[in-house]
Design a protein around this ligand. Sequence first.
Ligand code: HXC
Ligand code: NAP
Length: 294
Amino acid sequence: MNFKNKMLRDDALKGKTIVVTGGGSGLGKAMTKYFLELGAQVAITSRNLEKLQTTAEALESETGGTCFPVQCDVRDYEQVVAMRDAVLDRFGSIDVLLNNAAGNFISPTERLSANAFDVVIDIVLKGSKNCTLAFGKHWIDKKEENKTILNIVTTYAWTGSAYVVPSATAKAGVLAMTRSLAVEWAKYGIRSNAIAPGPFPTRGAWDRLLPGDLAEKFDLSKKVPLRRVGDHQELANLAAYLVSDFSAYVNGEVITIDGGEWLEGAGQFNLLQDIPEELWDQLEAMVIAKRNKS
Ligand code: HXC
Ligand code: NAP
């Protein structure tokens, strides 16, 4: 199977302007690349302008598309409004907001300072809120329709997860915002959806969540029923579909793309997968024998 196959036709996003927060690295960069290949013009934003410029130049030369780097710390509402206005000056209008920027690290919660908890909440929840509010107000004010907000959450947005409690708390808030606005802003022609990725190796996530030799000790692919991690193109395919007009009737949805990972931990008897095939004959015989006696 080739996970790197590209899903949509070449001009599927032609004419669309997309803003990707955290677009200079990792999954944001991978999604940006595919959007450019599909004909969209893309603005990428984060705190590090140099990184954004390097990424934009590389992606422009690889795809022949137009990628506009804009510095913006999503925690600061004024910077978000300035970023939005810079993109409007450059491209005239914006069709899609992709809230992808995030901060995260592993830690026992009792070790966190109040500020350490805040820093993650501020990037993930407050940052997504700042962008959503600034872009939504603009679209509603200008009476522009056929707009899309796509939020990147995680599967622990609904299960919760130990050792990443600020991130789980913030992503749960982003998921609630996604579903709430899907209803409230539909009348303005604004759709809200989310993607919940499982493990997709990126430097940003792996350096912080699996530092040192943890990546070898805790091979995340073993937790996935499909026994592999995700390929960036697989996520980009899903994101491109969700920001395209092909998904015009999808609103308020969170799509999980994790190879079945979170469900493997959830099903009470999933651990029976460890039982070898030959033991099943014996177990079945034991259960039937007991049933026949009673
Ligand atoms: C405990 C920590 C810490 C750590 C920082 N802090 N790292 N505490 N363990 N590992 C504390 C600091 O001591 C400080 O507290 C406070 O947090 C703020 O730290 P700063 O370094 O000043 O913050 P800042 O420079 O704003 O950086 C933010 C950051 C950083 C979140 C800490 O990691 C970052 O920039 N991240 C961006 C990219 C990222 O995280 N990508 C991964 C996304 S993966 P005091 O009290 O001293 O002030 C993801 C989901 C993955 O989201 C799911 C995988 C399956
Ligand atoms: P990443 O490369 O570290 O991406 C995070 C991005 O957010 C960086 O480009 C960072 O750029 C930006 N950012 C951080 N703080 C910011 C701020 N205050 N303002 C603006 N931008 C900021 O990690 P990733 O793995 O690609 O993560 C991308 C998204 O996928 C995140 O939402 C993450 O939660 C989600 N996710 C990832 C995985 C995975 O397995 N990788 C799984 C589930 C969910 P700067 O540092 O330049 O600001």
